[in-house]
Design a protein around this ligand. Structure first.
Ligand code: HEM
Length: 501
């Protein structure tokens, strides 16, 4: 090749590179000047009750609130959530996995994992086993655990919060692994602790040093400001134990003929397939981590709502007496005949979503919506709390009012897709059919047999119930005192008949 040809080619390559460079610069500049949705500066972000702050911002800035320095977009109505997270699910289905989450060993838990082929395989496995058509395989476990819950509430009513947690935990261990794990079992304790750390690790602003200086992850835990590493190491160790111990126990039980389970059956079907075995393990731990705090929160909110609203409780009880009578406990077959009970359930899910600020989605490319630019990598927070209190959809939105569902055009028996508490699009709750059944059965069974009310002090004066909730990723009623008694002798007999052999 002649020298002049080489020179010409070099010039051409340089010119091409310059054009690409300038184009990219122009694109970046234009993106920088593109219009983002309005919003406050990052310093106004809260770490407690974030959903309430986001709701207030919604009133100030509108349905879309953008925190530019953090590339965070808050969605305050189901309309915008539907447009972005459902209709544009190809863009808005990723998750943000922060360095802290990675250190905690959460990166591969599929409920919080990145949107990838591994996630798709795990979700498929999950949906195959938790889809609506086969969800009745969990009925026997749900009946057993809810009936045990009724017994526990009758025998030690003051421990109602522990019983609610026990129900949510035992159900998942029994229905997924076939294990009878008592709430005092070290495994159950470990799971509760893991969830607590997980909630913190996923809350923006909770571990500020690692968020601000991600490279600190490479420093030892004794280094000033690196205490988060100790927390993360504990979490990751617990996750490993939760991933393997119940799985191994389930397989062992199956081999010894001590009982089967969905996990053991899947493991046997896929013996020798290491990839699938790992996916089955992940399904187990993902179920546990996603199911227990959420189910417990919903049932806890139901108990609190009945304590605070005796008139509503009475209407629910009257419907059950009228439709089912007092000679048996409610079953899933009764559900379509109990509109008021359904309305109570729907109202609990509306007013008290267990994850009020939802689980964030992340966008995988630039997008434009309503004339606004939503940059790639944007953390999208679906503020379920505000969506469920949208004044355009719900009159007097802060009021516990089951009747609103009876009066709505769709009636109380709406599609599960309309229960916003279960999230959105491709990341929608994978266990929602199971969760929906468990919470409904607990609601109907408690109404059928027990009466909740305010506890009384030694002078016979009612003890106030402030109706307060915890803050954090999961929202739970704070401890309070309640009176829980069987509705009558017949109800007592029904409750204890369920546990007699
Ligand atoms: C009342 C009970 C429950 C509520 C309110 C609830 C709510 C949610 C929410 C809000 C999400 C995030 C959705 C999103 O990203 O938009 C989610 C995800 C998930 N839930 Fe639930 N959940 C409940 C019970 C359960 C149960 C019982 C299971 C399993 C047995 C479960 C398994 C999952 C899984 C695996 C995911 C992750 C889905 C994904 O990332 O693709 N959940 N849930």
């Amino acid at each position: 090749m002649s020298a002049s040809l080489k020179l010409a080619m070099a010039v051409a390559v340089l010119a091409f590179a310059l054009v690409v460079f300038l184009n990219r610069r122009r694109l970046q500049d234009s993106k920088r000047t593109m219009l983002h949705p309005p919003g406050p500066p990052a310093r106004e972000m809260a770490t407690q009750n974030t959903w309430i702050k986001f709701q207030q911002w919604g009133k100030e800035y509108g349905e879309l609130v953008y925190v530019q320095e953090e590339n965070i977009l808050i969605l305050n109505t189901s309309r915008v959530a539907n447009d972005l997270l459902e209709k544009r699910a190809n863009i808005f289905s990723d998750r943000l996995v922060t360095p802290m989450m990675e250190l905690c060993g959460l990166g591969h838990i599929f409920s919080v994992a990145r949107y990838s082929s591994a996630w798709r395989r795990d979700k498929k496995l999950f949906l195959q086993n938790f889809r609506e058509a086969t969800i009745d395989r969990f009925y026997p476990y749900q009946y057993k655990e809810v009936h045990k819950f009724l017994c526990n509430l009758s025998t030690s009513p003051h421990e109602f919060m522990q019983h609610t947690m026990g129900l949510s935990q035992s159900l998942i261990f029994s229905s997924i692994y076939g294990l009878d794990i008592h709430p005092n079992d070290p495994l159950a304790h470990m799971a509760v602790e893991t969830l607590a750390i997980m909630g913190k690790a996923m809350t923006i602003g909770f571990f500020p040093t690692i968020e601000l200086f991600p490279w600190l992850r490479y420093f030892p835990s004794w280094f000033p400001g690196c205490g988060f590493k100790r927390v993360a190491a504990q979490c990751s160790e617990k996750i490993e134990t939760l991933n393997t111990v119940p799985f191994d126990m389930a397989i062992d039980n199956q081999k010894k003929g001590l009982g089967t389970s969905i996990i053991a059956e899947l493991a046997i079907q896929n013996e020798g397939n290491t990839e699938m075995m790992e996916a089955i393990k992940r399904m187990g731990i993902a179920s546990y981590l996603a199911a227990s705090d959420t189910t417990m929160s919903s049932i806890g909110s139901f108990l609190l709502s009945m304590t605070l609203h005796p008139d509503i409780q009475r209407k629910g009880q009257e419907e059950i007496d009228r439709v089912i009578g007092q000679k048996r406990l409610p079953t899933f077959e009764d559900r379509p005949s109990l509109p008021y009970v359904e309305a109570i359930y729907q109202e609990v899910m509306r007013l008290h979503p267990p994850i009020p600020a939802g689980v964030s989605h992340t966008s995988t490319k630039d997008d434009f919506y309503r004339g606004f630019h939503i940059p790639k990598g944007c953390v999208v927070i679906p503020n379920i709390w505000a969506m469920n209190r949208d004044e355009e959809l719900y009159s007097d939105p802060d009021k516990f009012m089951p009747e609103r569902h009876l009066d709505s055009p769709t009636g109380p028996f709406t599609s599960i897709n309309n229960i916003i508490a279960f999230g959105f699009g491709r990341r929608v709750c994978a266990g929602r059919y199971m969760a929906d059944n468990t919470v409904w059965l607990a609601v109907a069974s408690v109404l059928a047999t027990l009466t909740l009310g305010k506890a009384k002090d030694e002078k016979g004066t009612e003890i106030d119930v402030p109706g307060e909730y915890t803050t954090g990723m999961f929202r739970h009623p704070k401890p309070y005192q309640a009176s829980i008694t069987p509705r009558n002798q017949n109800a007592k007999k029904l409750i204890f008949a369920t546990t007699s052999p």
